[in-house]
Write a protein of this length. Structure first.
Lengths: 361, 183
């Protein structure tokens, strides 16, 4: 067992980025995730692993650095917060179209616009439904503890490279700023150039031995070819939906009602489950870990098991609730309870919401 | 055991670092901990608070509206957090700068003259450790030896020479805590 450290979520993420064998981090500071770049700069990984840490001139520049770096088969990552992630959407769409594996981290703050610097979950639609233009998906992982901020970095990289698809860690200001204990995985060495060449035959990293040209692009002016390409990436998405759904179901086995929540909301809701169970109400927590692909099947299973109602608890005006409704498909009651603009529910408010909107409603 | 604590005062009083040392001490004795600051566009002299949870179990919500213990170090924090102490819970405060003293009848109330004692020791920076000592006298959730280990972890090496001073301050706080009301 490694040493236990007390760290902020942002710092744990930064340490995990170094340990995961990352080749390059390209970012631009923004609250509430500035500790990521600060920690990386203070750690000077270029002196140990050879990893590049670069403060780009803007978010637009950093996402395009990922496009280039990822295109050579290198492990590259950026992190930002909501307004900065909005700036990256064009690049993300290109990266998804060209099927380049990269990691992007969003430590969400209140919006819309510049909003504030407090935690929010109002970027769910943007993260899980595409975000930029065109038919594409990001693989989205939602940590709900400092430990998961670290653990999800290698998981996200593995998924990104397995499917040649951009992956996102969708966190929020609370998980980023709070400190908890964290135990790190053993460091993974960076891949050598010959290993990258052997592993990723698609990567544009020099003249191929067989002389065949490799082209990474999201542009194809022949609509038939572009339709074929779209079918290809859609097939890939169906595979991801089939194989990569992750969630945590707590006290769901005997539950009459389910709170569905991720990230900080899941932490708050777990306390609400305890308070409700003390009152004799059988409640469970379903915590989606991958927000896309979504745990649709598990929700249908719970409906089949006799669950009478679902409350989607989010720090948003009601985004994930749409996916819960699609899964439940009208069979039982689904409601949403949200706090907005950087406010966080108290566990007691969630208890009250379930009682009023689902049990009494 | 789960202890849910809010520590609240002015920025610069050492509120966040007191919470951090407490959290590290919990880790030193194999407990689960969380440290959730109020962060925001705040400045020196503004209010600062941190929620610390130390538990034998997995910690659920790091954000709370009801606390086992409130450690209160200024008037604004008294106004905000006295009502949020759980019935039967504990409120510890430094009367320095407090004009409206706590009035609830259903909670345990203690006070410690942290600011005064720190001034007497000639070092206002150890104020937060005096208050921490007072808290640990009331609720010995972490052992002093683990606090010292926690201090070693949370202070940079160059400040380790200050650990004995911090330890003295904790002991001073333990001696100077006064009971106002017990329920």
């Amino acid at each position: 067992m490694g040493e236990l450290k007390l760290m902020k979520g942002n710092e744990a993420l930064a340490e995990a980025i170094i340990r995961a064998g990352t080749d390059g981090y390209f970012g631009y500071p923004i609250t509430p995730q500035s500790e990521v770049l600060e920690y990386l700069m203070a750690s000077k990984p270029w002196e140990t692993t050879g990893m590049v840490v670069l403060q780009a001139e803007s978010e637009v520049a950093s996402i395009n650095m990922l496009y280039g770096g990822g295109g050579t088969g290198k492990k590259v990552v950026t992190s930002s917060s909501s307004p900065g992630i909005s700036l990256m959407q064009e690049g993300l769409s290109y990266i998804a179209g060209a099927e380049i594996p990269i990691l992007i981290v969003n430590v969400v703050r209140g919006g819309p616009g510049l909003g504030d610097i407090q935690p929010a979950q109002s970027d769910y639609f943007q993260s899980t439904k595409g975000g930029g233009h065109g038919d594409y998906r990001l693989i989205v992982l939602a940590p709900s503890s400092v430990q998961e901020m670290a653990d999800f970095v290698p998981v996200a990289y593995d998924l990104a490279f397995k499917y040649r698809n951009p992956a996102m860690i969708l966190s929020d200001g609370a998980i980023g700023q709070m400190m908890e204990k964290v135990e790190f995985f053993e460091p993974v060495p960076r891949l050598k150039d010959e290993e990258v060449k052997a592993r990723y035959p698609w990567a544009t990293n020099g003249k191929p031995v067989n002389g065949e040209r490799r082209i990474l692009t999201s542009l194809d002016l022949d609509p038939q070819k572009l339709e074929d390409h779209n079918h290809h990436i859609q097939e890939k998405y169906r595979k991801i939906e089939e194989n990569e759904v992750r969630y945590e179901a707590l006290q769901c086995d005997d539950a009459d009602y389910i709170l569905v929540a991720y990230g900080t909301s899941a932490r708050v809701s777990l306390k609400s489950v305890k308070l409700l169970r003390e009152k004799g109400i059988k409640v469970g927590l379903l915590r989606p870990i991958t927000l896309w692909p979504f745990c649709t099947k598990k929700i249908r299973e719970l409906v089949g098991q006799g669950v009478k109602g679902f409350l989607s608890v989010e720090m948003s005006a009601g985004q994930m609730v749409e996916d819960v409704r699609l899964a439940v498909n009208g069979k039982v009651k689904v409601e949403h309870f949200g706090r907005l603009g950087g406010m966080i529910h108290s566990p007691e408010e969630v208890v009250e919401a379930l009682e009023q909107k689902i049990i009494g409603g | 055991m789960t202890e849910e604590i809010i520590i609240a005062g002015f920025g610069g009083q050492g509120v966040l670092s007191m919470g951090k040392i407490l959290a590290y001490s919990g880790i030193m004795q194999d407990q689960e901990v969380s440290w959730m600051p109020s962060y925001g566009p705040e400045m020196r002299g503004g209010t600062a608070n941190v929620t610390v949870i130390v538990s034998d179990e997995r910690i659920s919500s790091p954000i709370l509206r009801a606390y086992d213990t409130a450690i209160i170090l200024n008037q604004q924090s008294m106004d905000k957090f006295e009502p949020e102490v759980k019935p039967g819970g504990t409120l510890l405060y430094d009367p320095n700068g407090i004009s409206r003293h706590p009035s609830r009848k259903d909670i345990n109330i203690f006070k410690v003259e942290g600011a005064k004692k720190a001034a007497e020791m000639g070092n206002t920076k150890i104020f937060n450790m005096i208050v921490l000592g007072a808290y640990l006298k009331i609720k010995p959730i972490v052992k002093l030896e683990n606090v010292v280990k926690g201090l070693k972890k949370s202070l940079p090496e160059r400040h380790h020479k200050l650990i004995p001073l911090n330890e003295d301050a904790i002991l001073l706080g333990m001696k100077n805590v006064e009971v106002v009301q017990e329920v």
